[in-house]
Ligand binder design. Structure first.
Ligand SMILES: *Cc1c(COP(=O)(O)O)cnc(C)c1O
Length: 370
């Protein structure tokens, strides 16, 4: 049996450290914001080569509050990838703004910079690339377009903790990055959590006020804010796990290379493996293959006791939630094809090389039998 994702082993490996961190919070008697949260924010900002990190209750709030802090509101447009988790789009909608989808590059599955300018209108405020599956989006051309048009860049880094673009960590490129610490992410808490990293002090200041009831001083409310704070218990756990992130990402990279080597012989028109441009050092949140024979392949893997998932089976514009946009079948063909063909193989720092070999074996036999 090869599970798609193992959420128990990360705790088992770090149990003494995590238990001690949790005990420290319990003993402190401090359960909202405070020193534990501030210590994590400093450590995570430094890790991302950003001046500041402002933590939030989850990744969706990090995206939403970052857009609000960038003054995105009703009537505005935000450029988003056509193929992403729906949270990227929901954050825009929660501001009263409109998500404007742009198709990805077919090889990297990240926002295609050559298609972005055609989508810019006088209402555009922000470009919101997603580092999908842990693959960094092509930031240099996106930043150049943003500069030319006076737009801001908010990156969705929910799947990409530890990824690098042109040798520098994500967090050092656009205006801000929104992160999620959902348990299954590369840097995952034991519950919900999120953060925004930025080197813009005004943006960080607005975020700190927005996430805490619009208040800087207790019971003095400057704006109508939200309650979206990272729990000190989660902050303490994240401080422990941050110290192991690079080593765990190294394991993911080795497993990804093992998949790619093992599957090279059966790659072709029926099976596409992840491509990795030379500017990208991915975090390998997911190892995603593309095949027009997905249903049969997934059935064969399930039959063999191997867990797989589809990220994501329905493109956001085809969700009922976005029926209002009137984007019918065929309106974003690349996103729709990817929704039909992508398949995520087991991946994680506690997956064993022998398990990768088992998955490779089943996939190889499937395509050789054809
Ligand atoms: C997980 C995820 C989010 C949302 O994070 P939550 O913490 O679950 O709210 C946003 N965008 C992407 C691409 C994600 O994978």
């Amino acid at each position: 049996m090869v599970p798609f994702l193992d959420l128990k082993s990360p705790y088992d490996e770090l149990k003494p450290e995590i238990d001690a961190a949790i005990q420290r919070v319990l003993d402190s008697g401090w359960f909202i914001l405070g020193p534990e949260v501030e210590a994590f924010e400093r450590a995570f900002a430094a890790y991302c080569h950003a001046a500041e990190a402002v933590s939030t209750a989850n990744g969706l709030d990090a995206l939403h509050l970052a857009l609000l802090a960038m003054d995105v509101g009703p009537g505005d447009e935000v450029i988003v990838p056509s193929n992403t988790y729906i949270a990227t789009w929901l954050a825009v909608s929660q501001c009263g703004a409109t998500p404007v989808p742009v198709e990805p590059r077919a090889d990297t599955h990240t926002l295609d910079p050559t298609r972005v300018e055609a989508a810019i209108t006088p209402k555009t405020r922000v470009i919101l690339p997603v580092h999908l599956y842990g693959q960094p989006a092509d930031m240099d051309p996106l930043c150049a377009i943003a500069r030319r048009h006076g737009l801001r860049i908010l990156e969705d880094g929910a799947q990409s903790h530890g990824a690098r673009y042109q040798g520098r960590p994500l967090g050092a490129h656009g205006d801000a990055v929104a992160w999620s610490f959902y348990p299954g992410k590369n840097l995952g808490a034991l519950g919900d959590g999120g953060a925004v990293t930025t080197s813009d002090p005004a943006l960080a200041d607005r975020l700190r006020v927005l996430r805490n009831y619009g208040s800087r001083v207790k019971y003095v409310n400057e704006v109508k804010g939200w309650n979206s704070r990272l729990d000190p218990l989660q902050a303490a756990v994240l401080r422990v796990k941050l110290a192991h992130l690079d080593a765990w990402n190294d394991r993911r990279r080795a497993l990804a290379e093992r998949y790619t080597r093992g599957l090279a012989a059966v790659a072709g028109p029926d099976l596409t493996l992840p491509t990795c441009p030379d500017w990208a050092d991915p975090a390998w949140h997911l190892y995603v293959i593309t095949t027009p024979r997905r249903a049969a392949l997934q059935a064969a893997l399930t039959q063999a006791g191997i867990g797989t998932l589809i990220h994501y089976p329905i493109a956001p514009h085809r969700q009922q939630a976005y029926a209002e946009l009137g984007l019918g079948p065929g309106s974003l063909p690349l996103a729709e094809r990817l929704a039909d063909e992508v398949l995520s193989l087991p991946m994680g720092p506690h997956l064993q090389p022998a398990q990768v070999d088992e998955v490779v074996g089943v996939i190889t036999r499937f395509f050789q039998a054809a």
